[in-house]
Structure formats: structure tokens, C-alpha cells
Design a protein around this ligand. Structure first.
Ligand code: 6PG
Length: 472
């Protein structure tokens, strides 16, 4: 009967689960999905490519029985309690050696706990980040698995088959121990938040500062996507400006509320960065700006109380577009730098053994933060696999320096014009602090010792010191 068993099972047939499963089927694997909602099971079968082996069932036990041993199955359900609920229902049905993958955006500490819980039963639990949205899941996502290496070996051929490809290399690799897959995906999302914030600031600079209309904004982002800023997020931004609203005669972007939502992975990145600690101020700022976007009523009141100054930028459009391009390029590099530095630190601190050269390769295709810059970082890690911060790579330094002056100019003019550019500013401030051999934090140490006897170290003599500071 072995040939009637299925290669892979999926729990949760929302659009992501369904599309991933169909992607697997398109690559020759026989797949079975379970969802309590029978309409989703039939939707799965209906959407299957003719000739592929795809089945949807409404009983979890049926699906588990119909899987080839050791079983390989994934859940794509909302993070949190639903994952624990699925595990509780699965446990009595599984056997030693089975591999269970959580492909959702779970917090890595939950994944760690679940890895240990299932290990006691001899079952492999893997946390796996999947990026690329609905379309990516169907045609080739970026996949970030972590956990047990033996378990990864069992699912590797399937994951490699369905992943996005860059120059024939699949955008999937083993990314470290225990909760590493979900950790990498969390940081991916933190970088995603940062770059989206920077693009939205660039939009304001072009629209408010230089008066560009939607057609012109489309042209600018489209041309940027053909150069050094080529990326998925810049590409979709160009599209967005052309979308007409079907409920009015306006462009859709102009009738969308400015309150930005979030599901929490950006916030987690900031929280976990502070926990380490590692500095990711562009990500922190991006999270904060989404929060400020929610203060709609207060912002409208404040707008009347503090009328805006003239936000016109005094430069030719052509020059301004070039400068904003450079500022976005500079700060995008800084966003990756902060996220990757966080992974470097977390990998050591949490003993996850995250291979950064693999992470940047996996991010080159399929995911939301894919961009040509990832090729630059791939080369940087080829030079030094243990690079603590990509800003220390000479190739990256050359790129950063080539746009530094325009970045400063854009920020200076934005500040004078009262256009909020918190993301750009925090990226530049991080850069300026990072390239400062001696920061003014010696004064903070003196103050701490003055009021709290917290002690300090000297630059000339080893040891720990305290001074009875004099009042003058
Ligand atoms: C991806 C995305 C995805 C994420 C959404 C929503 O890589 O495909 O990161 O996983 O859930 O982008 O994130 P927010 O709702 O928090 O903006």
C-alpha cells in the first residue's frame, strides 16, 4: 500500500498553506492537506494543477494515517495558542522519527519550548520561516528552516524543489539550531519594517518636497527598480502608484487610511534586540512610526496647533530625486546592517549557529526583502564568514561612502522643511556613532559614577575605578 501514501501533509489550508502544498504538488510530490473547514479542502483540490496528486481531508487522523513514514508535515496556522493546540491533537497520532514543521511566524522562544516538548517523544519539531506572501508560496518562497539537522535532511529535497531560485540555487538552507529558523524570519521582518518605513519617507520627500504626482512617483520608483535599488519592495511601490480606485475616480493609494497595521514581528525584533542587547534603531523607529500612525485624532489636532512650515524643497526635481535615491540606498544598507548584526550577535549569544553567508543567500530570492543588495552582502560574507557588521566590509564601505553626502543633504533639507524622516535620521545617526572611535559616552560613565558609584574604566590603566566627585 506504500505507493498510495502521501509524501507531505499540511495542517491549515489558508491561502499560504494551500499555495505551498500546490507548489509541492507541482514539483512532483504527492500531498495531502487538512482543514476543519471543508470548503478549504475542496478549494485545495479544485486549485490543483491537472495531473498532480493533491487531496484535502477534514479529519486530522485521516491525514496522518495517509502519510509516508517517517511522516513529514507542516502546520500553517496563526502563531501562539493555535500552534500548541495543533501539537496537542497531533501528538497521539505521531510516531518516533516523524518531522513536524511550524511554517508560521512563531516567536522563537515558543519554538524552542516546542522543540524540547516533542524531542521527549522522539519527534522532530522544526521552526521554519517562509517569506514571499501568497504569490511566493505558490511560485517560489524564500524558506528559513532551523532545528534538527537530521530532520532537515528528510525535508530538504522538497524544500529545495519549492523554493525560489537565484541562478539555479534554491533560496533555502539550514539556518541553525533549535529556534534559529524563526529567529531569522523575525529579523527578516524587522528589516522589512525598516525598509518599508524608509520607502514611505522617500515617498513623502518626493511628493511633499518636490510635488511629484502619482504618475511621476511611479516613474521614479520604476527607474530606481532598474538600478542599485532594485528590490521587491521598490518594485511593488512603483505599481502601487498606478492602481486606480474602483470606488472613486482617485488613485487607490490616496484613499487608503494612513493608520498602518502590524502583526507584531517588527516589535518582537526590537524587543529581542534590546534583550541581547544589540542596536537596531531603524527597526525600532519603523515600529514606533507605525504606532504614531495610529494616533490619527491627536495628529489631526496637532496639525491645527502646529501648522506646517513650508515643506517645499529648494532643489531641482532631477537633483532631488537623485539625492533621495541615494538617501534611500544608504539607509536601506543600514537596515540590513543592523538586522544582520543582530543575527550575528544572537547566533553566538543564544548558541544557534546561524550561518550568515547562507542567510543572505536565502534572502536573495522569493522573500519580501529580496534585493540586488543581497548579492553585495553575499560577496562580503564570502570574504569574511564571521563579519560582525557588514559596514566593516570594504566593498560595502565604498557603496555607503558614495551616497553619504547626498544622504546628509536630504536629511538636512527634510529637517528644515519639517518633513518627518525618523527612519532616515536614525540610520544616519547609527552610522555616525558606529564610525566614531571615541563616543561622548565617557561623560555618561562619569555621571553614573558621580550619582550612583557605578564605577568606570580608564583608557590608560586597567581595572575598575570609583571617584568621590567634587561639587563645584
Ligand atoms: C513575509 C512577510 C509576512 C508578514 C507580513 C505582515 O515575509 O512574507 O514578512 O510574513 O506576516 O508582511 O507583517 P505585518 O502585518 O506585521 O506588517
Amino acid at each position: 500500500m506504500a505507493n498510495s501514501l502521501y509524501d507531505f501533509g499540511m495542517i491549515g489550508l489558508g491561502v499560504m498553506g494551500r499555495n505551498l502544498l500546490l507548489n509541492m504538488a507541482d514539483h512532483g510530490f504527492s500531498v495531502i492537506g487538512f482543514d476543519k473547514d471543508a470548503t478549504k479542502n475542496s478549494a485545495l483540490e479544485t486549485a490543483a494543477t491537472p495531473g498532480t496528486t493533491v487531496k484535502g481531508v477534514a479529519e486530522l487522523a485521516t491525514m496522518v494515517q495517509l502519510l509516508e513514514r517517517p511522516r513529514k508535515l507542516m502546520m500553517l496556522v496563526p502563531a501562539g495558542q493555535p500552534v500548541d493546540d495543533v501539537i496537542a491533537s497531533l501528538l497521539p497520532l505521531l510516531e518516533q522519527g516523524d518531522v513536524v514543521i511550524d511554517g508560521g511566524n512563531s516567536h522563537y522562544t515558543d519554538t524552542l519550548r516546542r522543540v524540547q516538548q516533542l524531542r521527549e517523544k522522539g519527534i522532530h519539531f522544526m521552526g521554519m520561516g517562509v517569506s514571499g506572501g501568497e504569490q511566493g508560496a505558490r511560485t517560489g518562497p524564500s524558506i528559513m528552516p532551523g532545528g534538527d539537522l537530521d530532520a532537515y535532511a528528510k525535508v530538504k529535497p522538497m524544500l529545495e524543489a519549492i523554493a525560489a531560485k537565484v541562478k539555479d540555487t534554491p533560496c533555502v538552507a539550514y539556518l541553525g539550531k533549535e529556534g534559529a529558523g524563526h529567529y531569522v524570519k523575525m529579523v527578516h521582518n524587522g528589516i522589512e519594517y525598516a525598509i518599508m518605513q524608509l520607502i514611505s519617507e522617500s515617498y513623502a520627500l518626493l511628493q511633499k518636497g518636490a510635488g511629484l504626482n502619482n504618475d511621476q512617483l511611479h516613474e521614479v520608483f520604476k527607474s530606481w527598480n532598474q538600478g542599485a535599488l532594485q528590490s521587491f519592495l521598490v518594485e511593488i511601490t512603483a505599481d502601487i502608484f498606478l492602481q486606480n480606485d474602483d470606488k472613486s475616480d482617485k488613485r487607490l493609494v490616496d484613499v487608503i487610511s494612513d493608520k498602518a497595521g502590524s502583526k507584531g514581528t517588527g516589535k518582537w525584533t526590537s524587543q529581542d534586540a534590546m534583550e541581547l542587547p544589540v542596536a537596531v534603531p531603524v527597526i525600532d523607529t519603523a515600529v514606533a512610526m507605525r504606532t504614531i500612525s495610529g494616533y490619527k485624532d491627536q495628529r489631526v489636532q496637532a496639525e491645527a496647533l502646529y501648522p506646517a512650515t513650508d515643506s517645499t524643497i529648494h532643489a531641482t526635481s532631477e537633483m532631488w530625486i537623485k539625492q533621495v535615491h541615494d538617501a534611500l540606498y544608504f539607509t536601506t544598507i543600514l537596515s540590513y546592517a543592523q538586522g544582520l548584526a543582530m543575527l550575528h550577535e544572537a547566533s553566538r549569544d543564544l548558541q544557534m549557529e546561524i550561518p550568515l553567508p547562507e542567510v543572505v543567500k536565502v534572502w536573495r530570492g522569493g522573500c519580501i526583502i529580496r534585493s540586488t543588495l543581497l548579492e553585495v552582502f553575499t560577496q562580503a560574507y564570502q570574504q569574511n564568514t564571521d563579519l560582525a557588521n557588514i559596514l566593516l566590509d570594504k566593498g560595502v564601505a565604498y557603496l555607503v561612502q558614495s551616497v553619504e553626502s547626498n544622504t546628509r543633504s536630504v536629511i538636512a533639507q527634510a529637517v528644515a522643511a519639517g518633513i518627518p524622516v525618523a527612519g532616515l535620521m536614525s540610520a544616519l545617526s547609527y552610522f555616525d556613532a558606529f564610525r566614531t572611535g571615541r563616543m561622548p559616552t565617557n561623560l555618561i560613565q562619569a555621571q553614573r559614577d558621580y550619582f550612583g558609584a557605578h564605577t568606570y574604566q580608564r583608557v590608560d590603566i586597567p581595572g575598575t575605578f570609583h571617584t568621590e566627585w567634587q561639587q563645584h
